[in-house]
Design a binder for this molecule. Structure first.
Ligand code: PLP
Length: 625
């Protein structure tokens, strides 16, 4: 557990079982129920749901919604706050149908609503309407069609807010609401001047591309007043950025938002709702610091800070406490999904065929480097390092000039590797490692080839250097004996994972176990429920992975509540405008002409066409047959 830090980033959901498997623990009827992830993997195999796969745990998603709502409820009651909390889930964070349906079903007890940033997302939100206490918040730029949909929701009695991004949008809202004779609920998105830590610092500040400047905000008030619609202005919206790691930023952001809120009340707007956007962080590192992938606060503290900051600003002015809305996405869904993949192969940096003695007739350079191997030790490792690289390069030069054979070059490179390996074993005993040797363990680490595409399944790792915790699903009671980085299936040098969280910071490699003959080695990338699935792309035409939704029962059994088979090759080819039937026909012609020219028999033609057909309908990832 120490090694992979699961006790720090697992948030109580993930841990290691007595038998050394990764396990998920959920609370059912006030009792903790744990299930081995390897048992779930066995169930997936039996159902033909091969790796790679996304595994979602329904109970974890439910629990996240519960703790978010209950933490706010408790801060509200202990803080003497005079209104309620209404969460809305930002659909963009995970638009997958069963995630959204689960949030709507389970969230109904807390009137948890949705935030939509586009027409497509609004259509999703409208399809999930359950009760007239759950909010729909519409952000983003809205055309007349978008606005009409929101107004129809209003007509049916649902609280659907339009958050203004620009003044031009307001004109359309006023016009459409008059035509449809429906009063809109309007919010304004402010630009916060609070600078936040972390990756998303540009979501706030004067140059943020979102929100209205203070002057534009006043413009909205004036225009609404002129249209006799100032009573429709009921919400202030403020989003500081996603993954805000520092609680002080949150507090400052809320304080500023409350000043704006009070200012709008003073202008005569009805108000009543304060939407604080997203930003509630996830501690991907388990470090509890204000670094980008961590957070220096707990959920309870976040809620208490918000309640206190609102009271601190509004109470002295005698302003009624607003309904508090938050659009927490990441903190709601990150924990509930993990990516599982098997390791296909390992490339180690061990010498392949180190000779015990050199052939008598070999060249001088080879003899020199072999001598270095025989003397390398604690007292002379730095000199040996320099010599080894010198002789290896000299031999490469000779080879390039035709003065050494391919076999001699292979031997020199293997001997050099052996010398570097020995030096690497000396380094941990040193008080100070020479700077040029600091990267040696990393250079000598293994590469574990995983059956997945980073671009499809973990796009933020590529795009923004996001850290996700990674851990084998089994063998966790065995000391890992290798250090490795992970490469994916794409032919892209960016398709690798070489930034891992450790107990003392980040490292370029992670400890893993040697593969065992005939046995799968399965790794899990945890906390991937937010943003990854839809942002993923089709690099090298690796498509959507298999997905399973598991619901854990009180007796420790589990149900495969939903399962989806990932894209077939035919599916991904249609995304890039191929027509699978046409491809099959084109290939049939190729095979037929091979028959005509006598290259293959008709029986072989049939066999080849069957293989083509099977591949076309198969998984885009590596398959074991
Ligand atoms: N609301 C808005 C307007 C956003 O832009 C975002 C994402 O950046 C969110 C909510 C969700 O943020 P988070 O996932 O940090 O909760």
């Amino acid at each position: 557990a120490e090694l992979y830090g699961v006790n720090t980033w697992g948030a109580g959901y993930f841990s290691i079982s007595d038998s050394g498997d990764a396990q998920v623990t959920v609370s059912i009827d006030e009792r903790d129920v744990s299930v081995s992830l390897m048992d779930i993997v066995a169930g997936m195999r039996a159902r033909n749901l091969e790796m790679p796969a996304v595994l979602r745990i329904k109970n974890v998603l439910d629990h996240r919604i519960k703790v978010l709502n209950e933490a706010f409820a408790s801060a509200i009651s202990t803080g003497g706050y005079g209104n309620v909390y209404r969460g809305v889930f930002p659909i963009k964070v995970n638009q997958q149908c069963h995630v959204i349906e689960e949030i709507a079903d389970y969230g109904a007890r807390y009137h948890h609503g949705f935030e939509a940033g586009s027409k497509a997302e609004l259509i999703i939100a409208l399809s999930q309407l359950r009760d007239t206490d759950s909010l729909i918040v519409c952000n983003g730029y809205k055309d007349a069609e978008f606005i009409d949909l929101g107004l129809y929701a209003r007509r049916m009695g649902y609280p659907c807010f339009f958050v203004l991004e620009s003044l031009s949008e307001l004109k359309v809202i006023i016009e459409r609401s008059r035509i449809l004779e429906v009063e809109p609920l309007i919010g304004v998105r402010m630009k916060s001047s609070v600078k936040v830590d972390g990756h998303w610092s540009q979501d706030s500040g004067d140059r943020s591309i979102f929100g209205l400047s203070t002057a534009a905000l006043i413009g909205v008030v004036d225009e609404l007043r002129a249209a006799d619609m100032l009573h429709c202005l009921q919400m202030l919206h403020c989003h500081l950025g996603s993954q805000v790691p520092n609680i002080r930023n949150v507090r400052n952001g809320v304080l500023e938002a409350c000043r704006f809120y009070a200012g709008l009340v003073a202008e005569g707007a009805t108000m009543g709702y304060l939407d604080l956007g997203g930003g509630l962080a996830v501690d991907y590192e388990g470090a509890r610091t204000n670094s980008t992938h961590s957070m220096n606060y707990q959920l309870e503290e976040y809620c208490v800070n918000i309640i206190e900051s609102i009271r601190e600003t509004l109470d002295p002015q005698g302003i009624d406490h607003p309904v508090i809305i938050s659009e927490s996405g990441r903190a709601t869904v990150a924990y509930s999904s993990m990516l599982l993949f098997n390791v296909l192969d390992v490339r180690s940096s061990e010498p392949l065929a180190l000779p015990a003695v050199l052939p008598g007739d070999c060249n001088e350079t080879l003899k020199h480097i072999f001598d270095v191997l025989n003397v390398v030790g604690t007292g002379n490792f730095q000199e040996c390092y320099n010599d080894a690289l010198f002789y290896r390069d000299e031999l490469r030069d000779m080879f390039n000039h035709g003065r050494a054979t391919l076999r001699e070059r292979a031997m020199a490179e293997d001997i050099c590797l052996a010398i570097l390996q020995r030096i690497a074993t000396i380094l941990p005993s040193l008080a100070r490692v020479p700077p040029e040797l600091e990267n040696l363990p990393e250079m000598l680490s293994d590469i574990y080839y995983g059956n997945f595409s980073l671009f499809q399944s973990l796009p933020d790792m590529w795009a923004i250097d996001q850290l996700f915790p990674i851990m084998p699903l089994h063998r966790l009671h065995q000391q890992p004996d290798r250090q490795a980085m992970i490469a994916d299936l794409t032919c892209d040098c960016d398709g690798k994972i070489d930034n891992f969280s450790t107990a003392t910071g980040t490292a370029a490699t992670m400890p893993l176990h040697s593969l065992r003959e005939g046995e799968d080695y399965i790794l899990g990338v945890f906390l991937v429920g937010a943003y990854q699935e839809t942002l993923g792309d089709l690099h090298n035409l690796f498509g959507d992975t298999n997905v399973v939704n598991v619901a854990i029962n009180a007796d420790g059994s589990f149900d495969f509540a939903r399962e989806f088979h990932g894209d077939s090759i035919a599916d991904v080819l249609t995304y890039v405008e191929y027509e699978p039937k046409h491809l099959q026909e084109q290939f049939r012609k190729v095979a037929e002409s091979a028959v005509r020219s006598g290259c293959i028999s008709v029986a072989e033609r049939q066999q080849i066409l069957r293989a083509f057909h099977d591949s076309l309908n198969g998984y885009t990832y590596f398959e074991h047959h």
